[in-house]
Design a protein around this ligand. Structure first.
Ligand code: UT7
Length: 329
């Protein structure tokens, strides 16, 4: 039996497309307005990947930055996990495309589909390989190009989503820090509340599926909202109770950025000051599996997060899935 290691994050990176779509831009496309979008979601603008580029372009940029900050050569990677619901192709996986770009030929590579909970799931999977002593250096990425599966004629969804990628390099440590606890969940009965019905084996592309706009995101926003508030609340309470911690012990709570009202509800309930609950939904919209790693990276490059900080992450999304983890940075 191998010795059990703790898992720490030794480098982070992020990539956002340059093209900005403001709420004013959307007013010209669908029957919506800046006031509705800001008050109902907190979103002011989002990023859209330029034509000719794809998920792996963002993924590569975020990954190279994370590797550089970790001081690690890609050839030293043992595994690559890309969490995404918008891969370049159904197959091969975006993680394999990334492995080739990085020339990280020693690394195993796999994509993981867990909706907006993807990064938390991927981090937890990577943690298992490190904890068991199987692998040493693991690259975990949350990356989405949601603009390519967004129905730009549907005002109930097109105002919400954005493109982006966030990456983290995991490594083992014998120090008393790293991932302390995690809790992953799913309830497949809620799958239809948030889905892309077309393009898979159930509904392959056809003239009819295209005509019916089945290759775009369909979401029951109200139901997801109710589920999200409950899921985040329960998940966090469970994690904190397990470690015998109170909300005020947290230095950071990284919440999935789906709606500012959800973030504010949780933050106020836990009586946490705004600086402990970073927000990027105003600038990037909901970037699904990328929201949390991008937010973490932004805190790090701003010089605000420090070794030893107590950090919680909680996400929820399609599947339905939800999950969180606690770590001592
Ligand atoms: O990433 C994980 C998955 N996603 C989420 O977690 C999303 C969770 N859900 C939400 O964030 C919110 O439910 C939404 C932002 C999607 C919707 O907000 P809401 O407050 O639940 O609005 P609603 O769907 O109940 O719609 C209220 C009204 C409706 O008009 P009527 O029927 O009251 O006349 C909608 O037609 O707002 C209308 N509406 C809009 N109006 C202007 C819906 N979308 C828009 C829009 N602009 N873009």
């Amino acid at each position: 039996m191998n010795k059990a290691f703790n898992t720490i994050i030794i480098g982070t990176g992020a990539a956002l497309p340059d093209t900005v779509i403001t709420n004013r831009d959307l007013e010209k496309m669908v029957d919506t307005n800046d006031q509705w979008i800001v008050s109902r979601t907190g979103i002011r603008e989002r990023r859209k990947l330029e034509d000719g580029l794809s998920n792996v372009d963002l993924t590569e940029r975020a990954s190279r930055e994370a590797l550089e900050r970790a001081g690690l050569d890609p050839s030293e990677l043992d595994m690559i996990i890309v969490a995404t619901v918008t891969p370049d192709y159904p197959t091969p996986s975006t993680s394999c495309l990334l492995q080739a770009r990085l020339k990280a030929f020693k690394a195993a590579a796999v994509d993981l589909s867990a909706g907006c909970t993807g990064f938390v799931y991927a981090l937890t999977v990577g943690h298992q390989f490190i904890r068991s002593g199987t692998y040493k250096n693991i690259l975990v990425v949350g990356a989405e190009v949601l603009s390519r599966v967004t129905d730009w004629k549907d005002r109930s969804t097109c105002v919400l989503f954005g493109d982006g990628a966030g990456a983290a390099v995991l490594a083992p440590t014998e120090e008393d820090r790293g991932i302390m606890s995690f809790s992953l969940h799913a309830d497949g009965r809620g799958g239809k509340l948030l889905m892309i019905p077309g393009g898979g084996s159930a509904l392959p592309a056809s003239e009819e599926s295209l005509h019916n706009r089945m290759h775009f995101i369909k979401m029951n926003g109200n139901e997801i909202f109710k589920f999200a508030v409950k899921a985040v609340d329960e998940n966090l309470s469970q994690l904190m109770a397990r470690e015998n911690l109170k909300p005020e012990d947290l230095d950071y709570l990284f919440l999935h950025q789906a709606n500012m009202r959800i973030i504010e509800y949780i933050r106020k309930r836990l009586k946490l000051p705004p600086e402990k609950v970073p927000v990027n939904i105003d600038r990037y919209g909901n970037t699904s599996s990328a929201t949390i790693p991008v937010a973490i990276h932004e805190e790090i490059i701003a010089g605000r997060m420090a070794e030893g900080d107590l950090v919680a992450m909680v996400a929820f999304g399609a599947g339905l899935t939800w999950g969180g983890l606690l770590m001592k940075w």
